[in-house]
Design a protein around this ligand. Structure first.
Ligand code: FCB
Length: 456
């Protein structure tokens, strides 16, 4: 057992992680900005996908969200009041390039200049994600991620961002969770743009791999001292039984969810042996792509919330594997039906750390949605506090065991638009009343502040 297990609740605080550990909080443009069609912003695929029937719970849309576009000063002031030193947010591609390429929308640029300057004026370090799933609709009409042209479109966008904001932003993340936006958006059809099957999924995967590497190279070429990474979703995978079939099924899901995007960027190619459905990806690989796929990331962002238990089944095409939901397993879970399993974050840090090409790992998202109840202007979200402190103990455990972990960001700053689940799941450390836009810092927010300050 590692030594952190002997740290009592009273003594457990950020100082245990060392002075150079990076602490922060995360958000994204499509989930919090709102203002989807004002000041010249073009539509993104989420703006229109959410308007389609029965795509989003309760018919919610991201059109207004938590109105970070109008409330950014207040939200940054809250970050400051909680003594959180780093803020991760994303740029909306269609706010600054309404058609994805070509004409620049100056009011959109002005907005991000204001956000960045507000962070810096408050001593908060901005960490910028370039792509958090909100592809400009105009580019989706041209095939989106399934069209290899996206490498050029994305390069134009990244170049504009680094030349405009790179004098003040030093920390960049190229993509947010490519597995999720390709898998849910182009294979399962449950996320924007709603495409189904392998035909668009496989080229989308390959082009996302090429873009994550291309984006990193563009930034480094422009500003050598920039710190560049990309973020990867990951879930600890365990087989439902010790049967050879379940174990093999778990390995396939692990290759799909945890290895598909990081391994080609490290020069290891796609995990085709473990995941035969990937064989057809070869038809999208052009001569020279092996090199174009390589990314020399300064850090790798991992986003872990849970573990998945996997069983073999003949009923699921291509994968012959299924995930057994937490409620079926009757284990403690969040409102997303994600099992609360703190050891998962330890296991994922350990797994990422075992790649020799990974230099540094930062948890760029971790957090939980629970039913929050407001009572007398207070939200006593004990479950979220327990969740965060349980996972943080495992992060500390990973650090004490010598794994390459050097930072942690909570998801999320405020309650926001949770994709297909709409506004129902609340992930924020700050509660938002979506009717009035009133903010209330939840007890978990105050807990995080105390944790960061250190209880002596
Ligand atoms: C991650 C996404 C993030 C948020 C959390 C709950 O998959 O990156 O935008 O929705 O899940």
């Amino acid at each position: 057992m590692s030594k952190n297990h002997s740290i009592t609740e009273e003594q457990f605080h950020s100082k245990n992680f060392g002075d150079d550990f990076i602490w922060g909080i995360s958000a994204s443009a499509p989930q919090s900005e709102g203002a989807h069609n004002i000041d010249g912003k073009g539509f993104s695929i989420w703006d229109t996908f959410s308007e389609r029937r029965k795509k989003i719970l309760n018919g919610d849309t991201p059109h207004h969200a938590s109105q970070f576009y109008h409330h950014y000063k207040q939200d940054i002031a809250i970050i400051k009041s909680l003594h959180i030193p780093n803020f991760r947010f994303s740029i909306s591609w269609s706010r600054i390039l309404p058609n994805g390429i070509g004409a620049i929308n100056q009011p959109g640029i002005d907005f991000y200049n204001r956000v960045i300057d507000e962070c810096l004026a408050n001593n908060i370090v901005p960490w910028v994600t370039l792509y958090h799933w909100d592809l400009p609709l105009a580019l989706s009409h041209k095939g989106g991620w399934a069209n290899r042209e996206i490498i050029h479109w994305f390069s134009e966008y990244v170049t504009l961002c680094i030349r405009t904001f790179g004098d003040r932003v030093k920390h960049w993340m190229i993509l947010n969770e490519p597995m999720v936006f390709t898998g849910a958006g182009y294979f399962l059809g449950v996320h924007a743009p709603g495409e189904k099957g392998l035909k668009k999924f496989l080229p989308a995967v390959h082009h996302a791999v090429l873009c994550q590497a291309t984006g990193a190279k563009i930034i480094k070429n422009e500003i050598a001292i920039a710190e560049v990474g990309s973020t990867f979703s990951c879930s600890y995978i365990t087989p439902n039984s010790n049967s050879a079939k379940d174990i093999a099924a778990a390995n396939r899901i692990d290759a799909l969810l945890n290895r598909l995007f990081i391994e080609p960027s490290l020069g290891m190619g796609y995990p085709i042996n473990e995941l035969p459905l990937l064989k057809k990806i070869e038809r999208y690989i052009k001569p020279g792509d092996e090199n174009l796929m390589l990314a020399d990331f300064d850090f790798v962002g991992i986003q872990n919330y849970t573990r998945e238990v996997v069983a073999h089944t003949y009923l699921v095409p291509y994968l012959q594997a299924k995930v057994i939901p937490a409620n079926k397993r009757k284990v403690y879970h969040t409102t997303m039906d994600w099992e609360v399993y703190p050891e998962a974050i330890y296991e994922m840090i350990k797994k990422m750390s075992s790649y020799s090409g990974v230099k540094k790992i930062i948890v760029t998202e971790n957090g939980a949605a629970f039913h929050d109840e407001e009572q007398n202007e207070k939200i006593n979200d004990e479950e979220r506090i327990n969740y965060l402190s349980g996972y943080l103990r495992q992060v500390h455990h990973a650090k004490a065991d010598g794994h390459k972990i050097s930072g942690y960001f909570v998801w999320a700053l405020t309650d926001n638009f949770e994709w297909t689940e709409g506004y129902y799941p609340r992930f924020g450390l700050v509660h938002v009343n979506f009717e009035t836009q009133k903010r209330i810092i939840k007890q978990s927010g105050w807990w995080y502040k105390n944790f960061l300050n250190g209880k002596e």
